[in-house]
Structure formats: C-alpha cells, structure tokens
Design a protein around this ligand. Sequence first.
Ligand SMILES: Nc1ncnc2c1ncn2[C@@H]1O[C@H](COP(=O)(O)OP(=O)(O)OP(=O)(O)O)[C@@H](O)[C@H]1O
Length: 779
Amino acid sequence: MPSSELERERAVVASFYRRLDQLRAEVEGRLVAVQRGNVGSNHQARSERDSFARLHEDNLAQLNEVDARIAFGRLQVAEGGPESGAPDAIHYIGRIGLRDADQSTMLLDWRAPQAGAFYQATAAHPLGVRARRHLTMRERELIRIDDEVLDAALLDELRATDAAAGEALAAASGTLQGEGALLAALTAERTGHMHDIVATIQGEQDRIIRSEMRGALVVQGGPGTGKTAVALHRAAFLIYANRERLKSAGVLVVGPSAAFVHYIEAVLPSLGETGVVMRTLGALFPGVEADTDDAPATAALKGRLEMSGLLARAVRSRQRVPAGPEQIEVNGDTITVAPSLIENAIHRAQRTGKPHNVARVTFVKAAIAELATQLATQLAQAGAAIDDSDIAALREDLRESYAVRVLLNTAWLPLTPEKLLGDLYARPEWLAELTPRWSPERRALLLRERSVPMTVSDVALLDEAAELLGDMPARRSAADKERERQREADIENARAAIANMGVEGMVSAEQLADGFAERGERMSVAERAASDRTWTYGHVVVDEAQELSAMQWRMLVRKSPMRSFTIVGDIAQVSSPAGARSWAEALHAGFGDRWRLEQLSVNYRTPAQIARAAESFAADAGLPITPARAVREGDWPIDTVVADGELAPAVLQAVRSVRADAAGGNLAVIVPAAALDGIADALGAALNDEPAGSRPVVGRGAAGLDLPVAVLTAREAKGLEFDAVVIADPRAIVEESPRGAAALYVAATRPTQRLAMVYPRGEEPLTGFAGAEKVSTFG
Ligand SMILES: Nc1ncnc2c1ncn2[C@@H]1O[C@H](COP(=O)(O)OP(=O)(O)OP(=O)(O)O)[C@@H](O)[C@H]1O
C-alpha cells in the first residue's frame, strides 16, 4: 500500500477529529451558558435549566465515549451504476455520524442504512460497492489500512496504474471480511471486559443485528460465535433505528451472572449508547439482589410452570371464610358474624378479577356494608330509629373498630410477595394443604427457614406473586398519584420549553420531562425502569437464554408484552437444572411458535484445536452441539497435567507455567464448586505476594475479572472469555451436577489462546481431550 494513501487517510481522520472537537466545544459552550443562566427562584425555570443541562451532559458523554477509533471503514460506491460514468462516491463509516457545518455527511453512523453494505457486500454480491477499506486505529491514530476490491474492473484499473498494489489486492481477497483487522482483533490480549466489534462485524452477524425489531428473534450458535457481541450490537442498532420509542420505553439486557454483566457493561457505552438497563436474573425484582441459587432439584422445581398454579392457590387460600360464626363487639354492641357474610364479600372481591391487595378494597367495602346493615337491623329491632346518615356513621364506626379490622384481616390480609413466599417455604402444613398430589419428598425441596435469603430461582416466583398480589394498599398512596400528576405536568411544560427554545426535533417532550424532577430525585429512563417492577420495556435482550426456566420466561414476557425480544444462547451449553432441551420447549409457553431462528456458524474465540477437542468431548457426552468453524489455529497444544500429590499445588504449577510462557493477558482457573475456596486460597497465598504493583494477582468470581488470575466455577465462567484457562479436576465438574458435561463444555471453550486441564493423581484424561500433545506431571 503506498504510504501516501495512509497519509491521505490520516488527513481525512484528522478532519473527523477536528469536527468532533468542534462539536464538543459547542456542547460545552451550551452547557456553560445553561448553567450560568439566571433563573432566579422560579421552580419551573430551574427544572428546565437542569434538564437542558442534563441533555448537554449526556451529549458530551456520548461524544467522549466514541472518541477512540472514531472511524473504521471506507466504501467506494459506484454512483448510478458502473456504466453511468459518474465518479465513485466515497463513504466513511464510524461509531457515530458526523456532518460538517454545511450539514453534509462526513462520517456515516455504522447503523445507518447506507453503512450496511460495509458489512454485507461480497465479491459475489457487491451491492454497488467497488472497494472496501478497513481503517485500523489506535485511539486517535490511524495505524493501518487494508483494502478489498469487490469489482474486477476496478482491479484492472488499479493494475494498469500500479501493478504491485493491484496484485497485492488481488491476492488479499479472502472469505472473511477485513481479515487483517479481524484477526488482529481476535488475537489481541483480553482485558476482562468485552469490546465492541463494530469495525469487524461479519456478514452473517450483521444480518442478525439489523433484523427488524418486531417479535422474538432467537440466535443460536456454538461457543465463541459472537452471540453476545451480536446481541449487544443489535441493541445499539435497534436504539438507533427506533430512537423515539426505545428512548422512552428503554431496553433491558439480561445476563446470567454479575461477572457477566461486569464483563459486557462497557460495550454499549463505547457505541455511544448509555441508558440500557443491564441486570442478572437474580436482580430483576426491585429490592432483591439474589446471587446464589438453590440446589439443582429445588431450582428445577421452582422453575416449573406449575409453580404459578401453586402461587395462585396460595393467594386464594389467604382469602379465608371463618369456620363458624364469630362474635365481635363494636361500640358496646355485639354482632354475630356468620361465615356466609364473609364468604359473600370474598366472592364479590374475587369476581373483580383484580390482584389480592387491590381486590381487598372491594372485600372490605362489601363486608363493612353487610355488617352495617346487620347492625342497623339489630339496633332497629332494639327500638332505635335508624336513617341513611346513621348507616353511614355505622360504617365509619365499623371501619374504625379494632375487632372488625382483626376479623377482616384474618379473612383477607394484605400480603407482600416476600411474605407469601417466605410463609409457603416455612409452613409445611400449609404447603401440604396446597399440594395434595405432591410426594413428601417433592414438598421437602421447597421447605426452608424464613431467614434464608431469596435465591435466583425465587426471583421469578416473587415476580409472579407480585402479579397475583398487586401493590400493597399503603404503597398505592398519594405519592404514586402525585408522581403521575407531576409527570403529566412536566411533559406539558417540556413541550412549551421546547417550543420556546426552538429545539423541536432535538429532544422529545418525554425525554426532557425525564430531567424535570429536582436534582437528586430526578431519574433517567433506565433508573426509573430498573426501580419499577411493572415497567414494560421496548425491547429485551436475553443472553445465555438456554438457561432460563419456564417461570423466568413468564417473568420476562411480562417485561415486554409486545414480545420484542432478542434471545441468544446455545442449547448445548445448558447447565442449569431448569434450562431447556430445545428452543421450541423453552419458548412454547411465552411465545408459542411466534419466534424466528437465526444461526451463527463461525467460532471467533477458540483456536481450532481446542474447539475440536471440546466438540468431540461434547458429542461423546451426547450434548446437542452446533458445530462451528474456528477461524484460526492456535499456537499452543492443550496441556494435560496430572497431579503427583494434592490437586491445589498442581493447579498452582500449571498456572505458573502458563503465565511464564505468556507475555500478559488474563487467565481463569475454572474449578468444581466444592473446590473453589481451597484452590482460590492456595493460589492467593502463593501468587498475591508476587510483586505486581499494589494490586493482587488472584481474585475470586467477578472480583477476579480485572486481575491477572480469576478463580471461578464453570457457572460463573458462562459467557466470559480469557486468554488462558486452567481447568482443575474436569471430571469433578462433569460429575457435580446433572448437566455437568455441558458445564465442562462451557469451561473448555472460554480460552482465546491456551487451555490446560489438571487431573487428580492417577486419573486418565477425559475422552475428547485425551491424546493432547503435551502431558506433564506436577505437584
Ligand atoms: N466480527 C467479530 N469481530 C471481532 N471479534 C469478534 C467478532 N465476532 C465475535 N468476536 C469476538 O469473539 C469472542 C466471542 O464472542 P461472544 O462472547 O459474543 O461469543 P458467544 O457466542 O456469546 O460465546 P459463548 O456462547 O461461548 O458465550 C469475543 O471476544 C468477541 O469480541
């Protein structure tokens, strides 16, 4: 490539940065002007000022986030067709769109329709593209360009003007788009955080990313095929293509563990999109942060659809008719309350079809009315003259009466989801009453002390219970109504403010109103969505979706009643006891057959020899794998290590040996759950004293992801990747759970470079991994 070409492109890139800096200075200027503006003590004016300030701050943050590697592609497109004689058009593709002062496009947002050809065009289907150029940048510096020519005529033109460059280009046409840039990205050292792939998205991935938002899209693919990357880029694309709708309704991304959320959380901001809600399944019920799960059999039971029936019966059984008549005293009069009076009031309330706590209002009203009539009749019979105003007063007396409150609460107590579920688990007789057909062993799976914290599997049950119960009466207080009233007023004011400032089209009234609440209280859409259990999102992305139980799907479908979902996963990697055996089975209850399937077929993560061994092990274990073609051979054989004595010292030696070979990068030690503490402590004691600045070398779980060595269970390693992986006692991982083979398959497909398996003394390597080239004995 002539160096002048590189220089020419550097000049173009410099012009992008000049424009970016200019825009940033403009926004900063606006921000300062807004902040300095004198609005006196007028509350409305202050609110407006604060929300404009917030808008500018968000803009600025977005411009800062996209600063590094702002542009990555260039398309040369035949305008008006090859025969038109018109000069080719040149489009640059970047993380955001840029226009110059005259509003001409300088840089196309990668999500713009015209930018699609950058990812989709091939020599067979050039889509009007004559040549494609990949720009590889380090921060703001352009360090390399790679060209592909898709039009043979252009190649001939080039050969005629510069024979050497033409030949080099002809030889470089491969099957992967931007092969040089792609391989550089794939072999780069991992940092513990996922990076965007915007510069090297491949054709099959791009089709999925740009697929329409409506309905449920399932993306199935083997390990390392880019499912997570595709799902996140799709979220960014959908926000771009449906900005108005998704800005106000929000997008939810659900991942399997806190470590995973930590791993992916920087991707969307680096694409300029903040404000997406990212949550684990254990954190989808506001106020609960569950990070441990039940034993497999319990988790499997809690995930079953029949739990919804059980919870509904549990709620109904809290609407109780007394066994016999009860006498209560109100203001010196004794009333005998027949069970039928309570029964009638219960039926009235049940017929409303409203949730328990909401229907209770009807119950109380009906019961009090009946009691008042009964009391009035009683008093009239005793000679008192009773008219309508007396009856109203009697109702009030009854409402105030402690005895009546006890009577009505015993029949229909307001309940929180936590209380309902806690009682169900802690009261064996009640559970037995509700589950006459269950075996005692099955019931025993649910029983536990009230003080045990909620588990990940409980969260979907809490959500189900909350649906059945509705808000507690006290919580539907004036505060909610006031908030709604305020919101309406804010939107109205925002409309006026937008018109006054002449910024129509820049921001919607709803967006601006989001910032109207007083500082400290004001919340973004993401914050509001995350704190409101009943929030319905515009789109939901579910990663590692194969793990979800039927109850978890029910919860998620409630979060997007329009059923606009991106569901990514790999059926062969199911390791949760409540996970599905096929997508049809997993999705049947929530989606029927209204979902479409896309597959990914290329493994970008794992070197071919590791991928082959893992696939061969998985096939042998009967897992339904989706074979994927690995894009590269690795530089290392799989290490098989057999402990000579204890396991932990052998693991330590394997870690030391792998780290000694590698210049840097990150390493995971994946262990059976039972061995986690022992191995983490042993590695910590040996390695954390090594001089590595002020930071420790080894960390456990999510805390280890930012350190050179993370010690994790296979479950925690789900969805993550590392330069090197050492698996301690692989057979124990297979044997520790009913779906242990899948757990090991997950563990073995995490490395981007090296894999070592450490076996206890005397053990043979597992099938599939046997015959590895390098066997050592440590310990
Ligand atoms: N087009 C691409 N360009 C560059 N890197 C890519 C591309 N596609 C995928 N990758 C990289 O490949 C690795 C695997 O991707 P990702 O984690 O999304 O795969 P996955 O299918 O979710 O894997 P698993 O099911 O094993 O969790 C990541 O490092 C990702 O950045």
